[in-house]
Design a protein around this ligand. Structure first.
Ligand SMILES: [Zn+2]
Length: 65
C-alpha cells in the first residue's frame, strides 16, 4: 500500500477520498489515473469519458457488460 503514503503528500486533494469505497473490507479505487502522466494525476470523470487536466488526454469509457 505504498500509494497511501504518496497520497498523504497530496493533502490538497484530500477530497478525493470520497471517490474511494469499501468493498468486502478493502478500499477500492474508483478514480482513474492518467496513463500518460502516471499515478497521482487523476482523470476527471465526465460521464462517458475521463479527462486529464494536466495533459488533456481523454479516455473514453468502455462498457463491459
Ligand atoms: Zn495526463
Amino acid at each position: 500500500m505504498d500509494y497511501w503514503r504518496r497520497w498523504g503528500r497530496l493533502g490538497k486533494q484530500a477530497q478525493l477520498w470520497k471517490k474511494y469505497k469499501v468493498q468486502d473490507g478493502k478500499l477500492v479505487r474508483e478514480v482513474v489515473f492518467c496513463p500518460r502522466c502516471g499515478e497521482g494525476y487523476i482523470m476527471a470523470d465526465h460521464g462517458d469519458r475521463y479527462y486529464c487536466g494536466h495533459c488533456h488526454y481523454t479516455q473514453f469509457k468502455t462498457e463491459k457488460k
